[in-house]
Design a protein around this ligand. Structure first.
Ligand SMILES: O=C(O)CCC(=O)C(=O)O
Length: 235
């Protein structure tokens, strides 16, 4: 087990098994990059996905270096945390779905609405139920793991939304909540809420957080990322 870190900012833990030369090679390269202040090291990366990519690249590099007929494979288990900038709340909303008529919010990704760099800006949504939120009165529905697919084209249909036809039949998780219950979610998760056909109202609050000091982009840049234009996709 090997640990790397910087107090108050980031900590990582790496467990290795398999070929010793490869495992030691990975660890030495990590230490070398840190000690020599290289532009790419565990101390410069801004997110855990970048850190995982970096470790993956080192692993491939070490196995290639060893080369020739023998099995130089090594397995690594890697975990950690990077503190990053302080979170800043940049949007708050009250979301009301009156009984019987409260309209749906079609499938979408929240980052499609924000003028920030979608790839590098972690946005976290916080949705708090004020009334009991159920499948019947329009609670949150999410596609588990869908944030990993990144930005998907949005279309101006009933809303700024994902394509209905492409969402049909996808395994989705229904998220009922008691009053005061909250859901924290990645700004890239595909989610939506159905129409309230029930006799009970559904009120909720929603807050969005991004790192303090996030640079804003132009709306045109957002549309290049999220719009369908020039991507040969239709809905
Ligand atoms: O609460 C709702 O009905 C929809 C909330 C939502 O997904 C949003 O505003 O992005």
């Amino acid at each position: 087990m090997h640990t790397f870190g910087q107090t108050g900012d980031r900590q990582f833990c790496l467990l290795t098994s398999g070929n010793l030369a490869t495992a030691q090679g990975i660890v030495s390269q990590i230490r070398h990059d840190i000690d020599h202040g290289m532009p790419l090291s565990l101390m410069t990366l801004s997110g855990m996905h970048e850190a995982a990519d970096y470790i993956g690249q080192l692993s491939v590099m070490q196995q290639k270096k060893a080369g020739g007929g023998i099995d130089f494979e090594a397995s690594v288990l890697f975990g950690g945390q990077i503190l990053g900038a302080a979170p800043e709340m940049f949007q708050d909303m009250a979301l009301l779905k009156p009984p019987r008529i409260g309209r749906e919010k079609p499938w979408h990704q929240d980052l499609a609405y924000f003028d920030v760099d979608a790839q590098s800006t972690p946005v976290v949504g916080c949705w708090i139920a004020l009334d009991e939120a159920t499948a019947g009165n329009g609670c949150m529905h999410v596609i588990p793991g869908s944030h990993k697919a990144g930005p998907q084209p949005h279309f101006a249909k009933r809303d700024w939304q994902l394509c209905d036809a492409q969402m049909q039949g996808r395994p989705c998780a229904v998220v009922p909540l008691k009053p005061g219950g909250l859901m924290l979610f990645d700004g890239l998760i595909q989610h939506g809420t159905p129409t309230n056909h029930s006799t009970s109202r559904r009120r909720a609050l929603q807050f969005h957080y991004r790192p303090a000091g996030t640079k804003l982009t132009a709306p045109e840049v957002r549309l290049q990322v999220w719009g369908a234009e020039g991507k040969n996709v239709d809905c």
